[in-house]
Design a protein around this ligand. Sequence first.
Ligand code: SF4
Length: 425
Amino acid sequence: MHIVYADADGKLYDSERLQAAGRTAGDITELTGEEWIALPEGATIVSLPGTRALGVHPVTGKLTALPENYTAVGALLPQGFTRLYLPAYFRPSASEPLPLFGYSAVGFENGQFYVAAYQSDDPVPWDPLQYQNLDVAAKVGDLQQRFPQNRLYQHLETCALYYECVTSRNTFFARGEGAIPVSPTCNAGCVGCISEQEADSGFPSPQTRLTIRPTVDEMVELMVEHLASAGPNAIISFGQGCEGEPSMRGREIADAIRRTRQIIQVGYININTNAGNTRNIKQIVDSGLDLMRISTISALADHYDVYYRPRGYSVSDVEESARYAAQHEVIVSLNYLVFPGITDTVEEMDAITQFILRTGVKLIQLRNLNIDPDYYLARVPRRSKPVGMLEFMNQIKTRCPDVRLGSYTHPGTWYGVGRPAPTTR
Ligand code: SF4
């Protein structure tokens, strides 16, 4: 597998002089055949400014750096694919952190680009290219005309046209999982937050945080519209990349869910949450929630706190929220932020499998952590030697036979669970 690198203009090259390598936390290694897959549709390859590419000499096996006028590259993967290795590089001198993306190792062979990844779910529903030949602006205009007073459709215009966010576009095209962002505030300060970054973080947040506080009427209008028009497996999701923590608006969301279920009983209501505010989460669950996706990076407080910087809650509150939801007919999944060399260590695997078994989580959505690897590694607690991401997945399957691995939220039917008969809880 040939090394791939880029020049200062970002032009890509490959060379048989060095074998492509991958990195897990601090270690650089050559990959086995099964750890490479053909670069999937919708993936992009980017150059990594400030880095020097590293490869393995095919004869000596020695780790070798390319000349300094070339940089390493990384692949950005679409939903459905889990990164197994980071790109192999070092930084000759201090440089700005890379933007908030999940970089994967790249190789080239027989005219084809390869990436160190594993297909963990069906990529089709989340294929970013599904909208490229469609008139998104016209669809946005249609719904804004039908609901001129609803500020949610005005806010989602930016998401659909500029961020090309799939859930916001699904909302305008009445497909699959739709978006309902409602909260400008958050009870955490994630290092890699994509909607709000501290001025001195060194990397901008890719999205601008929501500034409006949608009313319960606006929420109900959008929820009913999406659940009525996007088919029996429609999902409407609170907790989008462009907002803070939705459960900060627990009472209003609970009202909106109850009122929506009085009007329509099909589809699924989901919340993407850090689940730290257990009192509000219980309110939302009791109002008739169907699905909950809890975002986390570790079941260990030292790691969790370093990344989430929680305000007024702890990882044990997250566990209590998960257990309560699972005990009250909500299908709970984890949005597990994974990173080769940390996630696949004994400490992290033991902790997350115990968390899963204690709470009744049904799905692990493997989310490639979007952050500069060196920036992150400089902040997380040291862990023992990693076993590899493929072995990590095998361990989860073995230790938690009732949990599934995937990459995004699925409707109840995917678990063989139809929507419960309409009841008031
Ligand atoms: S929980 Fe979400 S909104 Fe809050 S800081 Fe973390 S990523 Fe940002």
